[in-house]
Design a protein around this ligand. Structure first.
Ligand code: ZDP
Length: 272
């Protein structure tokens, strides 16, 4: 079968986008992993599948580079919103997108997209984290390293770890044991955070099912929320990731808003 795809990215977090509104086609895990594979496939961190929705304007299915389906994807939802405009699929600029994390609302503003990411989740059963309460400022030991963790869900699970300097963190070494730590029944994404000011966080991300990525939208939101809870950041701050900067705002309404770019890279066809 020949498959049309679009390659997009949000701050270097890259995606293979499939328009399956007509066909309903969702790649199986092996096919998604093959599409994402660097050098051997198109290459991406996630596959985004656009589908029709009964409850919202559209439905988005998100598959990690390992093929597993995930609840939410911040950079991906920005790319999807721009995709809808660039492909002239919709004339709207605000969309309601059905995801496994609920209905998420992106708004396209030129090359930028502002997204209502909904409310952060601290209920341990919903994150999920295998403790009676979501850990906040709690020490755990991983590979003889003592790490201070704060856990929150932005639709998907995140484990946030403040550090003095983020550049030297051995992410490839610490990421896997944290991702698979028994505290996290559905595994977790991991963010190391350097507080550069109360309105500026520098973050590196180890993504569940994708490894180190240049940027993670839900991870940037989780980092801001965790640092506010720890008393180290304002509710509105810039999050600097290796791929660029996102503006994150945790409003009094308890909704987290994320603003950042989303770009089309190219269109292609692949035999699968
Ligand atoms: O939760 C997960 O398993 C993530 N790897 C999903 C993707 C998150 C993403 N990087 C984002 O921007 O939120 C796309």
């Amino acid at each position: 079968m020949k498959l049309n795809f679009w390659k997009m990215h949000g701050l270097g977090n890259d995606f293979v986008v499939l328009d399956s509104r007509k066909s309903g086609y969702i790649p199986d895990a092996a096919t998604a992993a093959r599409l994402c594979r660097r050098r051997f496939g198109v290459g991406a961190d996630q596959v985004l599948v656009l589908l029709r929705s009964r409850q919202a304007d559209f439905r988005l299915v998100i598959l990690n580079a390992d093929g597993g389906e995930v609840e939410m994807c911040g950079n991906g939802i920005r790319c999807l919103a721009r995709f809808l405009r660039l492909r002239r699929i919709s004339r709207k600029s605000r969309f309601r997108i059905e995801t496994l994390a609920g209905i998420i609302m992106p708004e396209v503003k030129g090359e930028m997209v502002r997204v209502d990411m909904g409310e952060p989740v601290f209920d341990p059963a919903r994150i999920p984290v295998a403790l009676p309460e979501a850990p906040q400022n709690r020490l755990i030991e991983v590979d003889t390293n003592r790490l201070n963790i704060t856990v929150v869900s932005m639709g998907n699970p995140h484990c946030v770890i403040p550090v003095d300097v983020v550049d030297g963190v051995p992410l490839a070494q610490l990421g896997p044991p944290l991702e698979h730590h028994p505290l996290f029944p559905k595994r977790t994404n991991v963010e190391f955070v350097e507080v550069q000011g109360r309105q500026r966080l520098k973050v590196r991300v180890w993504e569940r099912g994708a490894g180190e990525t240049l940027s993670c939208g839900t991870g940037a939101c989780a980092a801001l929320v965790a640092m506010v809870r720890l008393g180290q950041a304002e509710r509105k701050a810039t999050v600097a990731l290796p791929g660029g900067e996102l503006l994150i705002e945790w409003l009094e309404s308890n909704h987290v808003f994320m603003t950042g770019p989303a770009e089309m890279v190219f269109q292609g066809t692949i035999a699968i």
